[in-house]
Design a protein around this ligand. Structure first.
Ligand code: C2E
Ligand code: MG
Ligand code: MG
Ligand code: MG
Length: 289
């Protein structure tokens, strides 16, 4: 019997799984190294006020730049970082460095920019989050009121009551909260009603299909109207075409973000973009405006 069992086990543990496991172990090792060596960089994607066309803030998006020059996107390492809880260290690093950079832009003549930071559910619900945040805000001098934390509806899956009390704590600190990727996953209108949040971020797939699929259009319209009646503002992500923008403008979507305006930019490129924007709005580039 033992032999049979052993054989079954061996078969079950196929070579495919073995190589996946090895890749995972290697990736985890590399990830720990990356944290120690600070191999991460932050890119920033502008968020645009739909009506005025002005840049009102930016979302920070992490990239892993390996020592061999390869760049790894967050979709490839965040899941493992969450599984290993290494995300706690990564998110803390992101919070501190993004707030420091945003503060520098404030001091460089753009004091109104808000900063959006993605937080993993693990970090969002962690006992130390409030202390971490207070330290970051104190050390960087970045104002709480211009910090927006992006979380997914997934936070509710772990513990709804805890998620709601955490949102209340954040509110008391003056930090804003956005629900990211709204409409996919565990969306529930009951949560939406109970969450003390400021912003709803409509998930990309709806935006990308709204111009061609009347069902998506209807859903986007409904999401915007629900958010507005609950006193939330709406941001659309993944806006790529002028057609999508025109529809969103019509539906009173408050903010837009996507390749139509800009890809996520390096610090240098974002700084340059801000300088150009300032010239434009001062009428230097388009004196007729
Ligand atoms: P997300 O927060 O929903 O970010 C939006 C993703 O869409 C980003 O991918 C962004 O680069 C991409 N994107 C922006 N505009 C467009 C567009 O017009 N078209 C298309 N097709 N894509 C667009 P990215 O940078 O690869 O990030 C993927 C996800 O990784 C993020 O989704 C977020 O959930 C997570 N993430 C990124 N940075 C962090 C971080 O610092 N901490 C945590 N915990 N998660 C992060
Ligand atoms: Mg996000
Ligand atoms: Mg997301
Ligand atoms: Mg999103």
């Amino acid at each position: 019997h033992a032999k049979e069992k052993g054989e079954n086990n061996y078969q079950f543990f196929s070579s495919d799984m073995k190589s996946t496991l090895l890749t995972k172990i290697q990736l985890e090792k590399d990830l720990r190294q990356a944290i120690a060596n600070e191999e991460f960089v932050l890119h920033y994607q502008p968020q645009i006020h739909t009506r005025t066309g002005e840049v009102i803030g930016m979302e920070t998006l992490i990239r892993w730049e390996m020592s061999d020059g390869n760049t790894i996107s967050p979709g490839k390492f965040i899941p493992l970082a969450e599984e290993t809880r290494l995300i706690l260290q990564i998110d803390e690093w992101v919070l501190y460095n993004a707030c420091r950079q945003a503060k520098a832009w404030h001091e460089d003549g753009h004091p109104h920019l808000k900063l959006a930071v993605n937080l993993s559910p693990l970090q969002f619900l962690h006992d130390n989050l409030m202390v971490t945040l207070q330290n970051v805000l104190e050390k960087t001098g970045f104002p709480a009121s211009l910090l927006e934390l992006e979380i997914t509806e997934g936070v509710a899956v772990f513990d709804v009551e805890k998620a709601i009390s955490r949102m209340q704590e954040l509110r008391e600190l003056g930090v804003q909260i956005a629900i990211d990727d709204f409409g996919i996953g565990y969306s529930s209108l009951i949560y939406l009603k109970r969450f003390p949040i400021n912003h709803l971020k409509i998930a990309q797939p709806f935006i990308q299909d709204m111009a061609t699929d009347p069902d998506d259009m209807a859903l986007v319209e409904a999401m915007i109207s629900i958010a507005h009646s609950l006193g939330m503002s709406v941001i659309a992500e993944g806006v790529e075409t002028n057609e999508q923008l025109a529809f969103l403008e019509n539906l009173d979507c408050n903010e837009v973000q996507g390749y139509l305006f800009s890809q996520p930019l390096t610090v240098e490129a974002f700084t340059e973009m801000l300088a150009k924007e300032k010239l434009q709005s001062a009428g230097v580039l388009h004196p007729g405006r």
